[in-house]
Design a protein. Structure first.
Ligand code: FMN
Length: 331
């Protein structure tokens, strides 16, 4: 397991938390960082249009701290000038790496000609990358799908274009946009991208276990691995993957008590940022993942869904943690 660099930024270990809208906020990034094993964390994606038009909500989402570094902030828009403005703002706000989104298939984003829609127009991608590279001193990365429709492999052209434009790394989520999240990610295509370009390639899609992280590295020859959904409710995945890559030994699954401790940490950090009432609303979606597979999960879920404050949520989590003494749920 070797570290790698995106521009001058060292990614060590070579494992990254994927950008996930509504998920990878400051609190979740910190929880992943404190558990260890994550060499790079990513923000949720920011609309460069919102930054350009000074939407105050976007500015309030720029909430990273030194503990999270190195941090990559992601931006999307469909035209060169707007992407460049958004990217420059992220750099000026102290971001370490700016990532441009060429992979989001969500209709709201794609309809504006942004995200994965750009895969249909590599000339426009080139213009965006040239304009963005010009305004940045920090490393520039991109994240993309392999194409728009079933047999589309726009990723090959985009990867070569990105390298020529001075992009410092490319993350490939190995599905087409039209696939959404269905079917299996095609890791062979990531391997083909790796052979095409000299810049670091980060492999993404369906890495669910430490063994998957090792397999995707071996199968693709990639420089780094990005993990998204498997980190939901299981921010231990990075530390466990790093350990497995280093020693060949899979660490034991986190106990339920450990999961509850991570959830408590998550809730406490979020409450510190958003205040107790707002944090409660945002936490509910996360807690469902922390409870997954736990005996009594439906009851716990029901309880946190009806609570109005983080104090009550913390009570539920602490109670659940106490019940999780070894032997109670583990039998
Ligand atoms: C809830 C959610 C939000 C996401 N938001 C973003 C995003 O803002 N930007 C992005 O590039 N990808 C986004 N993705 C895609 C992930 O970064 C990742 O590419 C995808 O989930 C595949 O990786 P995985 O199999 O490890 O989850 C999102 C995925 C999920 C599940």
């Amino acid at each position: 397991m070797n570290p790698f660099k995106i521009g001058n930024v060292v990614i060590d270990p070579p494992l990254a938390l994927a950008p996930m809208a509504g998920v990878t906020n400051h609190a979740f990034r910190i929880v992943c960082k404190r558990l260890g094993g994550v060499g790079l964390v990513s923000t949720e994606m920011f609309s460069a249009y919102a930054i350009k038009f000074r939407d105050p909500r976007t500015k309030s989402m720029i909430d990273w701290t030194d503990e999270e570094r190195p941090i990559s902030a992601q931006v999307f828009a469909g035209d060169p000038e707007t992407v460049a403005i958004g990217a420059r703002a992220l750099q000026d706000w102290g971001d370490d790496i700016v990532d441009v989104n060429f992979g989001c298939p969500v209709p709201k984003v794609a309809k504006s000609g942004s995200g994965a829609m750009l895969l249909k127009n590599i000339d426009l991608c080139r213009e965006i990358l040239i304009a963005t590279r010009q305004v940045l001193n920090v490393p520039l990365s991109i994240k993309c799908r392999i194409g728009w429709a079933a047999d589309d492999r726009a990723v090959f052209e985009l990867a070569k274009t990105a390298q020529i434009c001075g992009v410092d790394s490319i993350t490939v989520h190995a599905r087409t946009a039209s696939q959404g999240y269905s079917g299996a990610a095609d890791w062979d295509i990531i391997g083909e991208v790796k052979k095409l370009v000299g810049i670091p390639v980060i492999a993404n899609g369906d890495v669910k276990t430490p063994e998957d992280a090792a397999r995707i590295m071996e199968q693709t020859g990639c420089d780094g691995v990005m993990i998204g959904r498997a980190a939901l409710g299981n921010p231990f995945i990075f530390a466990h993957s790093a350990e497995y890559l280093r020693t060949g030994i899979v660490p034991p699954e986190p106990t339920y008590a450990e999961r509850m401790e991570a959830a408590i940490e998550h809730a406490s950090i979020l409450a510190g940022i958003l205040g107790y009432a707002r944090a409660a609303r945002e936490l509910r979606g996360h807690l469902v993942h922390y409870f997954k597979g736990m005996p009594g999960a439906p009851k716990l879920r029901a309880r946190v869904m009806t609570t109005k404050s983080v104090e009550e949520i913390l009570e539920v989590l602490n109670e659940a943690r106490c019940k999780c003494e070894p032997g109670l749920f583990e039998a």
